[in-house]
Design a protein around this ligand. Structure first.
Ligand code: NAI
Length: 780
């Protein structure tokens, strides 16, 4: 046989990783696990089997937590929390560092156990999941160390309930646990029922690290246990998983005062331009959609390829697909392992079988005779509205269509209810950086994909959820401002004297302000506004659902504002401040007349101050270039949230409105504001200031009426991206429940009641922006 013949005939030789150590660890534990509560394992109870999806073999039996178990875990976390927080950042940092070291020491055991339990290729658990989990503990050990000096205003939230999925079992645990305990919280974590083993091994590591009892508690079980954690006396819920469960958790926590972050599904676009390095783009795609069998929330599952290179690209892609190896996940040479569970395999199979559109390609690979395996699949030539272009498949299935121009690529990319990640391939960096801000996503990767690091925040917009994990931006999800929050005192309108309705024959009904014009309320109804002596000051319209619709439409149409420069927005805010200043006395008298106090002058002065502060911030609330451990920068760009609806404070008629409007505008948002209920006339007078200050039509819209009427339609509106409420009526439940529809961000004052005399600009700026991390690899 010649060397050439030998070379051609060469078959690939399997290189399986040895599972003996991991299996021995399971046997050591008796193959049966209880929960990890208050620093110790409980006795195993009735439960369920955890299986190896590649073989169907039972690996261990796990306990299904009962209500008593969840209560005990929460109690243990609650008891441990004050002491853990008081230990101080540097004290906590030592423990995080010790955990990181132990994860490193036992890296191989973790990697093998993860692969046995989840079915992912050992190459991935060894080189990605476990090292990144270590990195999160190292990174957050540093955050704990720096907390007191760098976040002097922040304190722990308390007890955090954390519910994680099965696609990156240990890594998701690290994303949740590391920042939480670094900031002084304690946790009750539930791993997914399919993949709990590395979480239980992690509990063992916590014991080895000498972590104080109760700081980390782990309970196992299915969604019912998740529901118990959501309902428990915890201060925060952090969830990663499906959008449908995320929505249920949003509804279940509505009005409870629990903080919430949701990291949900996606249908992330992978855009290939004709000038891309096509071979690299194909290799990137292997990583985007076949990494972890496509069971990745940010998987590049929607290929958009430029029409003029589409045929060439598909040919290369199919040739690469033919060479993918599927099989034993413990084999170091394998590309595609097993799908997590027969249930998930069934979901994928049904979705693909139900599709009639496009052209399906699957290489003729030999699938292992047993276990949950699904071949790599390409479905090309779909229309943007085809179900498989919209629905998350969560499997090794790539769907695709073509585009002609960059503008069309953006339009197709954003044609999704999700907004988690996006990938752009082009050798033209100008084009890529032009596209990045236009893509609706929390993360954009340029000429690369699935790049993650603890230093760069990860998270989505739209129905991909809210909140970021990682980086400085992730810490706000596990902290709250120092100081006690007090409930808002209800503020009531003054009643009128009996004859006050007819006192003035001239109609003094202030209109609403929509799309740069004064508008009558759709309801045709108005309400009187009285002073503290019962004298009539005027009438205001009673806003309703229809007015909200018009105002949101106007705000949605004023998109250009979000593209203006911070410099320009600052000029306009200064101008508003100047014009308000010119009419300061008039506003002061109006406020005094409405409230019956003599604080109007001070309120106007502070409102002017707020406008100037927001103007100052407009071009200074910068992003960051995160130092990630590779030849790349992750540019954390601050972007406007979009359309923000806010119910303004009742007690501060002008300042309550300006304090909300100014920072929102400074960051490029458009706003729909509901004026103070009892004292609305300063807001309606304010239109004239806006009209003389070059504020483009639709950027600020102001409604009057009852907060109880306006809150629900505002929070439920699909074109509103965030809702804030500072109303003295407790609207948390109404707003948070309604927001579940499109999973918009909410901020309701009862969780952080505000003293309007203080400048809370930083908090407002944080709430008025989304962080988008744009990854740009560079150099060799
Ligand atoms: P899931 O959302 O049901 O499960 C995620 C976690 O939530 C698990 O720990 C589960 O036990 C828990 N859970 C389930 N119901 C709950 C409830 N009512 N309250 C509290 N916790 C609850 O996801 P599942 O069923 O495992 O997968 C279904 C689909 O979800 C997948 O096909 C995929 O499309 C998507 N998914 C997305 C993930 C992501 O990272 N974005 C991760 C896992 C699944």
């Amino acid at each position: 046989m010649t060397i050439k013949e030998k070379f051609d005939a060469m078959d690939y030789g399997p290189a399986p990783e040895n599972a003996a150590e991991a299996l021995a660890w399971l046997i050591d534990q008796g193959d049966r696990f209880g929960h990890f509560i208050n620093g110790a394992f409980t006795a195993p109870q009735d439960g369920f089997d955890s299986r190896n999806p590649a073989t169907g073999e039972v690996l261990a039996t796990l306990s299904q937590a009962t209500q008593d178990d969840v209560d005990a875990a929460v109690k243990s976390a609650r008891t441990a929390q004050p002491k853990w927080e008081k230990l101080g950042g540097p004290g906590r940092a030592r423990f995080l560092y010790a955990i990181a070291r132990l994860l490193q020491k036992h890296a191989r055991l973790f990697a093998v156990l993860e692969t046995l339990d989840n079915g992912k290729p050992i190459r991935e658990s060894r080189d990605i999941d476990i090292p990144l989990a270590q990195r999160h503990f190292y990174y957050h050990a540093g955050m704990a160390q720096l907390m007191e000096s760098e976040l002097p205003e922040a304190q722990a939230l308390g007890v955090c309930g954390q519910i994680i999925p099965w696609n990156f079992p240990l890594l998701m645990l690290a994303w949740k646990v590391a920042p939480a305990i670094a900031m002084g919280n304690t946790v009750v974590l539930k791993p997914a029922e399919y993949t709990s083993l590395t979480a239980l091994l992690f509990a063992d590591i916590c014991q080895q690290a000498g972590l104080p009892k109760g700081v980390v508690n782990i309970v196992t079980g299915d969604g019912a246990v998740g529901e118990m954690i959501v309902a428990a006396e915890v201060d925060k819920i952090a969830f990663t998983g499906s959008t449908s469960v995320g929505r249920r958790i949003r509804e279940a926590t509505a009005g409870t005062g629990k903080a919430l972050t949701l990291e949900l599904g996606g249908k992330s676009p992978y855009i290939v331009f004709d000038d891309a390095d096509l071979d690299s783009a194909v290799e990137g795609l292997v990583d985007a959609i076949w990494f972890n069998q496509g069971q990745v929330c940010c998987a590049g599952s929607r290929l958009l390829v430029q029409e003029n290179i589409a045929d060439r690209f598909y040919t290369k892609l199919k040739a690469r697909m033919d060479k993918l190896r599927i099989g034993n996940p413990l084999d170091k040479s394998i590309d595609i392992g097993a799908v997590v569970d027969p249930v998930q395999l069934e979901t994928i199979t049904t979705l693909v079988a139900g599709n009639q559109a496009g052209e399906t390609y699957q290489p003729s690979l030999r699938l292992p005779p047993q276990g949950s395996f699904f071949p790599p699949t390409l479905i090309q030539g779909l229309a943007p509205s085809d179900p498989l272009m919209q629905e998350e498949i969560f499997g090794p299935v790539l769907v695709s269509c073509t585009f002609r121009t960059p503008a069309e690529a953006v339009e197709l990319a954003n044609n999704s209810r999700y907004g988690l990640a996006a990938t752009v391939w082009s050798e033209n960096i100008n084009l890529a950086l032009d596209l990045a801000p236009k893509l609706v996503a929390g993360v954009v990767w340029i000429n690369g994909t699935n790049m993650f690091d603890a230093a760069a925040g990860f998270g989505g917009v739209r129905e991909s959820g809210f909140g970021r994990e990682g980086g400085w931006e992730g810490l706000s999800a596990y902290t709250r401002p120092k100081g006690k929050t007090k409930p808002l005192a209800p503020v009531a309108a003054f009643a009128g004297k009996q004859d006050s309705h007819s006192a003035d024959p001239v109609d003094r009904t202030a209109k609403m302000y929509i799309g740069g014009k004064q508008a009558r309320p759709d309801s045709g109804y108005s309400k009187p506004v009285f002073n503290s002596h019962g004298g009539l000051l005027g009438h205001v319209g009673m806003g309703s659902r229809k007015d909200i619709r018009n105002a949101v439409e106007a705000a949605a149409g004023a998109k250009a504002w979000s593209k203006t420069t911070g410099h320009l927005r600052a000029q306009i805010l200064y101008y508003i401040g100047e014009n308000l200043s010119a009419r300061a006395d008039e506003f002061a008298h109006r406020i005094d007349a409405m409230t019956g106090k003599k604080a109007g002058a001070k309120e106007v002065e502070t409102a002017i101050e707020r406008l100037f502060t927001a103007a100052a911030w407009a071009d200074k609330y910068d992003g960051q270039a995160h130092g990630v451990p590779m030849r790349a920068v992750a540019l954390a760009m601050k972007e406007p949230v979009g359309v923000i609806g806010a119910l303004c404070a009742d007690e501060a008629p002008l300042l309550g409105l300006v304090s909300v409007m100014a920072p929102a505008l400074a960051m490029g948002n458009r706003v729909v504001l509901a004026a103070s209920g009892p004292f609305p006339l300063a807001a309606t007078d304010f239109y004239q200031v806006l009209e003389t200050s070059d504020v483009p039509a639709g950027v600020v819209n102001i409604l009057t009426g009852e907060a109880t009427e306006l809150a629900q339609p505002l929070a439920a509106h699909m074109n509103v991206d965030a809702v804030w409420s500072f109303s003295s009526t407790d609207l948390a439940q109404t707003i948070e429940e309604a927001s579940a529809l499109n999973l918009k961000r909410t901020w309701v004052a009862h969780a952080a009641s505000l003293d309007w005399s203080h400048d809370h600009s930083r908090k407002f700026l944080l709430e008025a922006t989304e962080v988008k991390n744009i990854w740009v690899p560079y150099g060799e």
